[in-house]
Design a binder for this molecule. Structure first.
Ligand SMILES: Nc1ncnc2c1ncn2[C@@H]1O[C@H](COP(=O)(O)OP(=O)(O)OP(=O)(O)O)[C@@H](O)[C@H]1O
Ligand SMILES: [Mg+2]
Length: 245
């Protein structure tokens, strides 16, 4: 069975999608058969992989599509992406219970078919995020070293409390200007989570790669942010021992 990694932060604009695309792409390029489920109605993870198909999660959740047809090949061999589809947010709002149970089914099916499943979600701490945290093997929390994103980690405390005992939580620094100061483990409610990897610097190659609809390593293999994501990708797949217990 494959592993499920979800990018979660209540705060918007902290690098969830950028990290989902680049970590998924790097791990696919290393030989893992990888799926990126784009559960953000904006579809930035989808366009970031160079995919423009309209059908995806919304259609699967509504029973009008299946994973094997919705999964689109990307520029990275071994990386597929399922776009958000049409009116995902509206459909999930109108069918909250069905949306959750079908999303769980979709994640389980994805896990059975791929080595790694990355889930990119919209910012928030909703019932969907709680269900996701209960299902995921690891929750990856990107967090810039600034007061508001750090304060917003507390908004995840309820998700931590309700996530599975088997779910591991790790955090990494994103959008870092200059040198990030050394720091202790961030606390989310009662859980001390571990920092992994080097900080991802703010790097002009990141938006440039997104403009081109490609993962960073294909556009700028020597960029500083690429090196950081390579190191984080290695740790994401090996990190153990931070389950909420
Ligand atoms: N390392 C980086 N260097 C430069 N720009 C970056 C970097 N990481 C992210 N960005 C930019 O910051 C913005 C926010 O990033 P991103 O969309 O990945 O965050 P997000 O947490 O997914 O946002 P949202 O909550 O809206 O989904 C984007 O415009 C992206 O191009
Ligand atoms: Mg995003």
């Amino acid at each position: 069975m494959g592993k499920v990694y979800a990018l979660v932060n209540q705060k918007g604009g902290v690098g969830k999608t950028t990290s989902a695309v680049n970590l998924a792409a790097l791990l696919a390029a290393s030989g893992k058969r990888t799926l990126l489920l784009d559960f953000d109605p904006l579809g930035n993870a989808t366009s970031g992989c160079g995919v423009s198909q309209a059908r995806g999660c919304a259609e699967i959740l509504a029973g009008r599509g299946v994973l094997s047809e919705a999964a689109c090949a990307t520029v990275v061999t071994g990386l597929d992406v399922v776009p958000p589809g049409k009116d995902l947010a509206t459909w999930m709002h109108d069918h909250p219970d069905l949306a959750l149970s079908r999303a769980e089914q979709l994640i389980d099916e994805a896990r059975s078919k791929y080595d790694l499943v990355f889930v990119d979600a919209a910012p928030g701490a909703t019932a969907f995020h709680i269900a996701l945290a209960a299902r995921a093997d690891r929750i990856l929390v990107p967090c810039p070293p600034e007061p508001f994103p750090e304060q917003s980690l507390q908004a995840l405390a309820e998700i931590v409390r309700r996530s599975s005992a088997n779910t591991m939580w790790v955090a990494f620094r994103t959008l870092v200007n200059g040198t990030a100061p050394p720091e202790g483990s961030p606390q989310i409610g009662s859980l001390a989570i571990h920092w992994i990897g080097p900080p991802v610097p703010r790097d002009p190659w990141v938006p440039e790669a997104q403009r081109q609809g490609k993962p960073l390593y294909l556009v700028a293999p020597s960029a500083r942010a690429t090196h950081a994501y390579v190191a984080i990708a290695k740790e994401v797949t090996k990190h153990e021992g931070t389950a909420t217990g």
